[in-house]
Design a protein around this ligand. Sequence first.
Ligand code: PLP
Length: 398
Amino acid sequence: MMPPVMPTYARAPLEFERGEGSWLFTTDGEKYLDFGAGIAVNCLGHAHPKLVEALEGQARRLWHVSNLYDIPNQQALAQKLVDATFADTVFFCNSGAESCELAMKMVRKYWSSDADPERAKRHRIVTFEGAFHGRTIGAISAVPGNPKLVDGFGPLLPGFDHLPFGDLEAVEAAIGPETAALMVEPVQGEGGIRPGTMEFLRGLKALADEHDLLLVFDEVQCGVGRTGTLFYYEQLGFEPDIMTVAKGIGGGFPLGACLATEEAARGMVPGTHGSTYGGNPLGCAVGSAVMDQMTEPGFLDEVKRKASFLRQRLAELVDEHDDLIEEVRGAGLMIGVRFNAQTAPVGDMVGLAYDQHMLTVPAAENTMRLLPPLNVSDDELNQAVGCLDAACRAKKAA
Ligand code: PLP
């Protein structure tokens, strides 16, 4: 009999009951190497002692208090994020989609409060094909190119110009008197681990400056240490005005955040936005512990070192299986293995990796995502490459 859960996911027949570090244990006592990490969520692996301590300690003191009151550890986490980034101010929510919704609302509010009546009309947001901003009506309206996401959910919201990722000329041509912002996922995750080129991302910043537009970065998947810096924008030499964050910031506890400069957030005055659970004491206690680990001296250097080690090992794998693997791409420990769609459909490869007791996540463009915990060991990286090698061999033998 079907469980009474809406069947919106095609689930693998695996049931996990416990996790430790980079490993998950099934109810049958089998062990799996977790290179999906809850889709870039468990950034410090499973049951990290510091995160468990933070959650347990907070659970004994106070679970929930309304945002009608000051929440000290919400303020403490906001301070940590502000200290570590371009941002002056933070709104906490519970997920990536909520964070993206707020980013879009903030853009509209920013311009609607402009003293110049012409500029106050600005509301259109330029977005990019292959991006993913979540499943709310706003988030699917922003990137309407994927029928799986949008079919049957119309009418979608107006106000988006959805353009090819990487095409600066198209962006320039689309900018008009009603354009308010450019919104980009700088390393596309669901889109198949596609980093925007430096030229494209810097070009967006130049266009935003030239036309006085807000620049919104969606770092829900690529942020929080995943690419070797705390946030990806740090590698580009410029800053966004608004940035969406979720997944890794809670290390597995639901937590999202929308970061902004004081200027970009100027419209967000009392009463303009809210969330019952956003910034709750439990989530913020865990988020603070995540930030403490990420900002430990040397932590992010290790992420970079492990990333280049894994990329080196994967280059060997490509040499060995160039009939199956087209390319390895990504940034830091956000890696995409793009398989040949004819010889190695990604669904098959993810299944064959399951057979090797390794979890990975499929993405667009026939790409397998490798998103290990950032504190994965070299030995586990080697084991992962061994599992992928065995999966490729099994594919050839089939
Ligand atoms: N933005 C990006 C870049 C994402 O990868 C995701 C989720 O995969 C989201 C937004 C939506 O996040 P959530 O599923 O927490 O709503």
